[in-house]
Design a protein around this ligand. Structure first.
Ligand SMILES: *Cc1c(COP(=O)(O)O)cnc(C)c1O
Length: 369
């Protein structure tokens, strides 16, 4: 049996008719940039997240970067970020000229540890950029409490968590603003690059609407030095079709995750994901930890099971952040996670037979060492 990490063909086949219809509707409209599809998707996605506003942008990195810019965070400011996130979280902070200040995660949940936030706050701190990593919501209440007390903004990086719930409420409306990515591999994936911002802050929403479109609300009248980062009209048409399936597809991911959890529960050498009782994760990734991760990965690969590592290099050890002078050993939890994490195949179109095979082979391999 062959188990690919992601299956890109099946989602299209399942939705071929409505996606093809969306394509034809788009072509016949002959309107290519910021039209009725983007407008409709923004309304539908805001409603889905339970936020007042949604602004479609070019990708998830731009979504985060534009939130920070619209809040006028820049040179001399600090933004707290998880030490073990995808590098885009840090880059968004760097792109506005501010400094990302890493905070270590709780190794059980992989999410930012609220206990460690206090110590990282300085007079220059402006915001906490929280990531709902692997589709598991971060523990927002204590984070929001610290932020309120210290006058900080809370921004969600919801790129991996479309549809996830924290204490019954969907991510994307838990803090001041949230950045979303619809990169093809994400739970709500476009057929190319796409992203969005959700917020209840009306002033922020207006600023971002202008910023994403050359700093203009009225054509050729530019109120600020904006960028060109608009959600593509065709991608918006596709995303509207896929949004209607998001809950059902997330439920399928949850079923696969349950299967893995049950099948692998008694393997002591394997650390399984830990789900706090208030969290309803959407399993963007199913990440286990094993001391001999590389051996396990190689063995699974030989059995036709494709696994990936999210992420092999924590941002502070990447070439991009050589100038941050955070040497090996400075963020030991992020470093230990990077050395031991392994993502098993899990997606909306992973078949239960494939998942059972992965679980069985992972069990066997984990028993050997
Ligand atoms: C994918 C991702 C992003 C960036 O999204 P793009 O659309 O690829 O720019 C940001 N943060 C996290 C945590 C991500 O996984």
């Amino acid at each position: 049996m062959k188990v690919p990490f992601v299956d890109f063909a099946s989602p299209y086949l399942e939705l071929k008719d409505p996606l093809d219809a969306a394509y034809h509707r788009f072509m016949e409209s002959a309107w290519y940039v910021l039209g009725s599809e983007v407008e409709a998707f923004e309304l539908e996605y805001a409603k889905y997240c339970g936020s007042e506003h949604c602004i479609g942008v070019g990708n998830g990195l731009d979504a985060l970067h534009l939130i920070l810019r619209a809040y006028e965070i820049g040179a001399g400011d600090e933004v707290l970020v998880p030490s073990n996130t995808y590098i885009a979280t840090w880059l968004a902070v760097s792109h506005v000229g501010a400094t990302p200040i890493p905070v270590e995660p709780d190794p059980r949940t992989h999410n930012i540890d609220p206990e460690r936030i206090h110590a990282a706050i300085t007079p220059r701190t402006k915001a906490i950029l929280v990531v709902h990593l692997y589709g598991l919501p971060a523990d927002m209440d204590p984070i929001l409490q610290i932020a309120r007390k210290r006058g900080l903004l809370v921004i969600e990086d919801a790129a991996q968590a479309q549809g996830a719930r924290y204490k019954g409420r969907r991510v994307g409306a838990l803090g001041d603003a949230a950045g979303h990515s619809f990169y093809p591999t994400k739970n709500l994936g476009a057929f190319g690059d796409a992203g969005a911002i959700t917020t209840n802050d009306t002033r922020l929403a207006e600023r971002i609407r202008s910023l994403r479109n050359y700093g203009s609300k009225k054509r050729y009248y530019n109120e600020c030095k904006g960028v060109n980062s608009r959600l593509d009209e065709l991608q918006a048409a596709f995303l509207r079709v896929k949004l209607r399936k998001l809950d059902e597809w997330n439920a399928r991911r949850q079923a696969i995750a349950r299967l893995y959890m049950e099948a692998l529960a008694d393997k002591e050498s394997l650390h399984l994901p830990c789900v706090p009782q208030w969290a309803e994760p959407v399993w963007h990734l199913f990440v286990v930890r094993h001391a001999r991760r590389d051996v396990l990965q190689k063995q699974l690969n030989e059995l036709g099971i494709q696994t990936l590592i999210h992420y092999p290099v924590p941002p502070h050890l990447s070439g991009a952040y050589a100038d941050a002078h955070l040497p090996l050993g400075s963020l030991p939890i992020a470093e230990a996670l990077a050395a031991t994490v392994l993502s098993l195949p899990l997606g909306s179109h992973t078949r239960s037979g494939q998942a059972a095979y992965v679980a069985e082979k992972t069990r066997q391999a984990a028993s050997e060492y």
